[in-house]
Design a protein around this ligand. Sequence first.
Ligand code: SF4
Ligand code: ZN
Ligand code: ZN
Length: 321
Amino acid sequence: MIRRCDACGEAEARVAQRHTGRALCSRCFREDLLRRLGEEVERYRMFSPSERVLLALSGGKDSFVLLDLVKEVHDPGRMGIVTVIEGVEGYNRADDVAWIADVARSYGIDLHVASFKEFAGLGLDELVSLDRSRGLKTSPCTYCGVLRRRIINHYARTLGYDRVLTAHNLDDEVQTYVMNLLRGDRVRLIQGHPLSPTLSRYFVKRVKPLRKIYEWETAVYAFMRGFKFQETECPYIRFRPTLRAVVRDYLYEVERARPGSLLRILEAVDRYVERELLPEASRLGELPQCSVCGSPTAYSRRTCVLCDLLQKIGLPARLPF
Ligand code: SF4
Ligand code: ZN
Ligand code: ZN
């Protein structure tokens, strides 16, 4: 027997949402995602209609969903996309860039394609082999994360965007919160909250409109919309921090046993940060600037992480910020 959609009562249900106990048809599922995204944008004033927003897209399914939904709630003429090519052999991002370029073109959204090679002079593979040739064992993901954040902020800042939008989903956000709770890292907990102040005038505020959408929902939605999934994954994936993998597996078990747990954890930590930590955020003050390149850096540091990484492999490059 066909099960009807619990929202419209007409079309056939295609998606079972365990966290709400409802089954939805494709159209109502899309409307549900759009509503939840819109509420989160509104609640935290992530961006306003007049603001220029830069979507940082990697090309994966979450990128697709972010772009597909945000263009429904924001003027494409005030949207830009930046995508960063790392330079990893066998991890060819040309297909990802091609679909992003197609969507950008058809909606009149500005597209900026950046690369490690063009920005830092070397691709990720070359940075890693220099690292290894010096007997170091820095995780490729460290170079990748630090450089990618620098490039995205640089584009946003120099091109006059008001916000950077990233495609982090609910699963990513809860994992990050739990990791920062386990580390007792108050500053990072504050920075993970959508109302955290921007700690430097050189940072463009980053917001995450998909933060209340489950990862399985982005996968189902992308599939329904005919998004072609990338088949190869980055060969450096095994270097990803192990704490995140442990936390992720634990959280999945909790969610399986009690559907809706991830949402409840996110909301509980949001409230805790709002009540206990955000009031002290105004006392944090402006971040210091790196004495080498001038980029904002952590309160306890004189130089930034990127300058330290480059200096250790014999590249004392002062990259723009
Ligand atoms: Fe970058 Fe690591 Fe992700 Fe590869 S797995 S894209 S190196 S962060
Ligand atoms: Zn329906
Ligand atoms: Zn620096």
